[in-house]
Design a protein around this ligand. Structure first.
Ligand SMILES: Cc1cc2nc3c(=O)[nH]c(=O)nc-3n(C[C@H](O)[C@H](O)[C@H](O)COP(=O)(O)OP(=O)(O)OC[C@H]3O[C@@H](n4cnc5c(N)ncnc54)[C@H](O)[C@@H]3O)c2cc1C
Length: 566
């Protein structure tokens, strides 16, 4: 009762009437954040956000986080599906402060009214299926991407995908079914061969890892169970480009191709799939234009990612309809919206070109307004330039220059004391060619989630004390530093088991400790071959995941790489 009475007070200018308001001003003041998605980006955001100033609502059709790098291993049972998922409620319950979680899809984002419209993920339930809307002060979009079929006819109906945990389990069942069908009586040898023809479309890391896992799975676990069809199995990897793993160093892709050749995996490069039916896959050989049809037992389609419909719709609303992917600025704010961030695979950063601002930079840097820029004047703004335009640093590295002022040197490399605006433009004219988009990886998504959480956690502090680089337009400072991706030591792609150390690796199995996952990679014999080639890395053989304190047997070579699970 006292609580109710305390919230009924005389309003100062209300002429004696009573108005009701809450004593819990701290609660009222909290801004509302809505987060869409509980993948790498969304979970990393939730984990790092300081909840003291925010009420958070999370919308996701999955109430778990999936450790996607291990999905290929789930397809073959090397790792159990339950080992790579973590309930989101477990994760958020560990935070101080309240986070509400709604198991639903966001079906429409309405940036003009700061609202999202959602549909519960229980279509068949007659009660728990009512659409609802949420109002936000800040929206964090982290819905990832969907499989890209490039509109190829028959793909959605006849192919397996490898994107979600359910997909991996479906593939596992599908592979076993192919063997069960192939050993039934009454089939011709040709029919058995077709049932046991496994085709993977897409020679990127996911397709390659799956092909390697499938090969090991079939050779070691399945063939002993179905010995009569051991010689009829075939794995084909189709890649439209000239090489598989073509985003890696070319020596790595050729190493993978040779390994697959030795393993008997048929790698078809320069081949484009034009259609898929339940029996055949139609392909066109790019060099000759020849069209042919390949019978298959099971196809896994892994050719990259595309924008989800809810993001496409948002792009139309904010004037980004002509783009392939949602654009954000360097602070991960969606262009054309207010207080909307997009992180992870659903968006891409549009980096501002230094040449767009070159005149302003010159004007600000030329403190004495002499019309020329001395090295000292340039040095005063270098730090801001490097933070605001990261392509400058990439350019310096690519040209093996030690510092930015080296850019002012003449073509013979002689240092110049000062430059005019034209000389300044010339010095920086090639820098923008080094702008790169970030890869769609878990590492990028997780770092972006963490970055936005940190910005929102210190929004008030940074209003008073901006920490970002100088805004050359007006000489003031940006509130925050732009997002900067910290490259982890090289991408990894497992290409299956090599000749040595493998039996042990396999028996170790998988386990996990709290939220730290320690990945232990058993290195195969060929590791040294690659290191000899100066790749500075090793070819990884079989991945196993073990307790943090585990001490691997000293007779094996191991790489231990800690990974944050969430
Ligand atoms: C098989 C496989 C292996 C991979 N291996 C690696 C690897 O080894 N290393 C690496 O760095 N990266 C790897 N990746 C890529 C990595 O998984 C992605 O880059 C990463 O998941 C992107 O994170 P995200 O948060 O943007 O999206 P996701 O992790 O895909 O999360 C998206 C979230 O949004 C939810 N969602 C979807 N639609 C909606 C909607 N309408 N409303 C609300 N929520 C929605 C989803 O349920 C999900 O929770 C792999 C990917 C796959 C598929």
């Amino acid at each position: 009762m006292s609580t109710i009475l305390s919230s009924l007070r005389k309003a100062p200018d209300s002429g004696g009437s009573l108005v009701a308001y809450s004593d819990r001003k701290d609660v009222e003041k909290k801004k509302k954040i809505v987060v869409l998605g509980t993948g790498w980006a969304g979970i990393s955001f939730l984990k790092d956000l300081d909840l003291s100033s925010y009420d958070v609502q999370v919308v996701s059709p999955q109430n778990y986080f999936a450790f996607t790098p291990l999905l290929p291993s789930v397809t073959c049972g090397t790792v159990e599906a339950r080992s790579i998922v973590e309930p989101v409620r477990n994760i958020v319950n560990k935070k101080r402060g309240e986070i509400q979680l709604w198991e639903a899809d966001c079906v429409k984002i309405d940036p003009a009214n700061h609202k999202v419209h959602c549909r519960p993920a229980f279509e068949d339930d007659p009660v728990a299926n009512q659409d609802f809307s949420l109002q936000y002060d800040f929206l964090v979009i982290a819905v990832g991407a969907q499989v890209n079929t490039f509109g190829t006819p028959g793909v959605s109906e006849n192919c397996y995908f490898l994107k979600e945990v359910d997909d991996a389990q479906r593939i596992r069942r599908g592979v076993i079914d192919c063997f069960e069908k192939a050993v039934l009586p009454g089939l011709t040898e040709e029919q058995r061969r077709t049932k046991l023809h496994f085709v993977i479309v897409g020679g990127g890391p996911t397709g390659v890892e799956f092909a390697a896992e499938l090969h090991d799975f079939i050779q070691e676990d399945i063939i002993p169970l179905y010995p009569t069809v051991r010689n009829l199995v075939k794995i084909t990897l189709i890649q439209s480009g000239d090489h598989i793993l073509n985003m890696f160093d070319e020596r790595i892709s050729s190493f993978a191709e040779h390994k697959f050749l030795r393993d008997g995996i048929d790698v078809q490069t320069g081949v484009r799939v034009t259609g898929v039916s339940d029996k055949d896959i139609s392909v066109k050989i790019k060099s000759t234009g020849e069209v042919c049809s390949i019978p298959h037992g099971l196809i896994v389609w892994s050719t990259g990612i595309a924008t989800r419909p809810v993001i496409r719709d948002l792009m139309e609303q904010v004037g980004q309809g002509g783009r392939r992917v949602l654009a954000t600025d360097e602070w991960l704010r969606v262009k054309g919206c207010e207080n909307v961030y997009a992180i992870g695979d659903c968006a891409s950063i549009t980096q501002r070109k230094i040449m767009e601002d070159i005149a302003m930079i010159f004007e600000v840097a030329d403190k004495d307004k002499s019309g020329t820029l001395t090295v000292e004047e340039f040095q005063d703004v270098v730090e801001d330039i490097l933070v605001r335009y990261p392509q400058v640093e990439h350019f310096l590295k690519s040209k093996h220059l030690r510092n930015v002022t080296d850019l002012l040197a003449d073509p013979e490399g002689n240092a110049k004391k000062e430059v005019d605006i034209n000389g300044f433009k010339l010095a920086l004219s090639e820098v923008d060619s080094q702008m790169k988009s970030l890869p769609a990886t878990a590492q990028v998504a997780a770092q972006q989630g963490s970055y936005v959480a940190q910005c929102l956690s210190k929004v008030e502090v940074c209003k008073e004390h901006p920490e970002g680089p100088m805004r050359f337009r007006d000489g003031k400072h940006h509130q925050f530093r732009p997002f900067q991706y910290i490259q982890a030591p090289g991408p990894i792609c497992s290409i299956g088991r090599g000749a040595s150390s493998c039996g042990t690796a396999r028996r170790l199995g998988f386990c996990r400790k709290k939220h730290t996952m320690v990945m232990v990679f058993c290195v195969c014999q060929q590791a040294s071959e690659l290191a000899d080639e100066g790749l500075g890395g090793v070819r990884l053989d079989k991945k196993v995941h073990i307790w943090e304190g585990f001490k691997p047997h000293l007779s094996h070579k191991w790489i231990i790489r800690p990974m944050r699970l969430c």
